[in-house]
Each structure stands twice: as C-alpha cells, then as structure tokens.
Write a protein that binds this ligand. Structure first.
Ligand code: FAD
Length: 291
C-alpha cells in the first residue's frame, strides 16, 4: 500500500522504525524480533539504511520480508551518501522487484569515522536532488517520505533556511514527512505552525524515541542536536544508575509524550523502537492501543 493513502484514511498512523543487524551478525537474528513486532500490529515498519550504505541490501531484504512475508506495510530508508546515479537506480529497481512502494529519501549522515566527508562528491548532494531524480524517472509509483527537523538540522546555520530547504524538498515531490526525535512536544507544535505558515500541507508524523539508558541520551543528542528538557534531566539524575528503573521511566516519559501528541490530533506516531519489542509493547499498552 502506498502510505500516503493510509494517512488519508487513518489518524494517527502508528509506525515503528527498526534497524538491520550489524554486518557481522546473521540477518536471521532479526527475524524473531520481527515476529514480536508483528503481534503489535503497527500500520507500517520502516527499516533504516546504514550510514554510508553499509547495509543497503539488508535494508531491502528486511523491508521485503516485513511486507511480503509478515503482511505489514514497510518503508525502506535510502540515502545518497557515496552512491552514483547508477547505484541508486539499481537500488530502486531492486525495491520494485521486492514489491516495495515506500521510500524514506535521505541525504544520509557521513560514513563512520569520516566526519569531514564531502557531500559534493555524491551524485546527489541533498535529499531533494534524490527525490527529483526518483520523480524524473517517472517513478510516481513510489510513495516518497522525507526527514524533517523540529529543532532544525544540526548542520543548518539558520533555522529559517532549514525550513525553506524543507519546503523546497516537499515541493520536489514528497508525500509525507517523518521528524527527527524530540523530547518537548511544544517544539513540535511550534514546528507545525511554522510549516503550515510556509505552505507545507503534507502529513507530518513525529519521531519519538524512548530513552532506555542515561548514556543513550548524550550520544543521541550529540548526533541529532535534540534539546533535553529539565524534566528529562531530573529523570536521568533519579534513575540513571539503575538500568531497569531508567528503562521504565523512559517508557513512561515516551508514553506521556505520545498521549499528548495523540490528544492534539497528530497525523501519526513514528516510534524509534531500537529493535525492542517488549518496551514497544509496554508503550502501546500505556497509551491504550494494546490490551
Ligand atoms: C526520520 C529520520 C530517519 C533517518 N534515517 C536515516 C537512515 O536510515 N540512515 C542514515 O544514514 N541517516 C538517517 N537519518 C539521518 C539523516 O540522514 C541526516 O540527518 C542527514 O544529515 C540529513 O538528511 P536529510 O535527508 O534530512 O538531508 P537534506 O534534506 O538534504 O538536508 C541536509 C542539510 O542540508 C541543508 N540543505 C538542504 N537542501 C539544501 C540546499 N539546496 N542548499 C543548501 N543547503 C541545503 C539542510 O538545511 C540540512 O542542514 C534519518 C533522519 C530522520 C529525521
């Protein structure tokens, strides 16, 4: 199913994000996890694309399994980092051969250990160039999602410019947006006002990541620049030394965030599951979506 049609029919659309196992681990190691996610009946599952294209075949293989074997709609992330046009075309062809209809089209992060990576050497420097390429090839059969940044992209010098580039990206042919994680819903509501004011009308589904460990939050905010509200700092101070207490507090925090978002009529909830079905189940139960 083309996911944009789902957003027209259902609110909120509940989706999970998972990542493929590392290359030194057999791909089968994720199948048991997928079985458990299947029981939670998400509307779709998205599969990330390893930085620098390291696990590209795994992304397609797992997205295909989710759709064709488990009967759950899937979305494959696709980044431009280090890829020629021909490689991107081969990946798109492979996706179609696997019956995949939904892509999250991204520029991507620099490959590991190459923080100064020069994106100008890519066939597509920005995500909107990748999106234009897919659309130009008359690939209107693909539903294309793109990334949005509630607090601005980490590399962006001015938030205003980031929003204008987002609008340009959407106008190039984006069907819906998935946001970077955030911990303060007020920032998301402000972001919705700003995007509406510049004429972005496609569905915007918020990315929510439960915090399971105190050190996880430092790494994540370093990578994506999300700000940490005081109540999250207090929570980490209180529970950070005990893994199980911290996990429970993180689940409670994410559940409260999601309840408030749903009460405010959001288009969807995109849960960054960290491949943890048990915690995902607890969140869905807390918010009343599972018995
Ligand atoms: C929901 C979500 C899922 C993700 N999944 C993955 C994944 O699976 N694999 C992975 O490697 N990464 C993933 N990322 C991270 C993402 O690849 C990085 O944040 C990356 O740095 C930017 O990708 P983008 O597609 O948003 O880039 P772009 O939209 O190209 O933007 C990148 C930067 O360039 C600026 N910019 C855009 N257009 C122009 C222009 N025309 N001129 C000048 N500046 C411009 C933007 O303001 C921004 O600062 C994900 C991010 C999100 C939010």
């Amino acid at each position: 199913m083309n996911l944009v049609d789902l957003f027209k029919k259902k609110k909120p659309v509940i989706s999970f994000e998972i990542f493929p196992p590392k290359l030194d681990t057999p791909i089968e190691s994720i199948f048991g996890t997928l079985e458990q996610f299947k029981e939670l009946k998400p509307d779709f599952i998205s599969v990330t694309y390893g930085a620098g294209g390291s696990a590209k075949d795994r992304t397609i293989e797992i997205a295909s399994k989710i759709k064709n074997e488990y009967g759950i709609e899937s979305m494959a992330h696709l980044t431009c980092v280090g890829h020629s046009k021909e490689e991107i075309d081969a990946l798109l062809t492979s996706m179609r051969e696997h019956n995949l209809e939904n892509i999250l089209a991204l520029r991507g992060d620099p490959p590991a250990n190459q923080p100064d990576f020069d994106f100008s050497n890519n066939a597509f420097k920005y995500a909107n160039e990748l999106i234009a390429h897919v659309r130009k090839q008359n690939r209107n059969d693909f539903c294309i999602a793109a990334a949005a940044y509630v607090e601005g992209h980490v590399n962006s010098k001015r938030l205003k410019d980031d929003l204008l580039y987002l609008k340009q990206k959407v106008d190039t042919g984006v069907d819906f947006l998935v946001t970077q994680l955030f911990f303060d819903n007020r920032l998301f509501y402000d972001f919705l006002d700003k995007t509406a004011s510049i004429g972005i009308t496609c569905p915007i589904t918020p990315g929510i990541m439960p915090i399971f460990k105190a050190d996880q939050i430092k790494r994540i905010t370093y990578l994506c620049g999300a700000s940490i509200p005081a109540k999250l700092v207090i929570m980490m101070d209180k529970y950070g030394d005990n893994d199980e207490d911290m996990r429970k507090a993180g689940i409670e925090y994410a559940s409260n965030q999601i309840r408030d978002l749903i009460d405010n009529g959001v288009d969807g909830i995109h849960l960054l599951t960290m491949n943890r079905p048990k915690s995902t189940r607890e969140i869905l139960t807390n918010i009343g979506l599972l018995k």
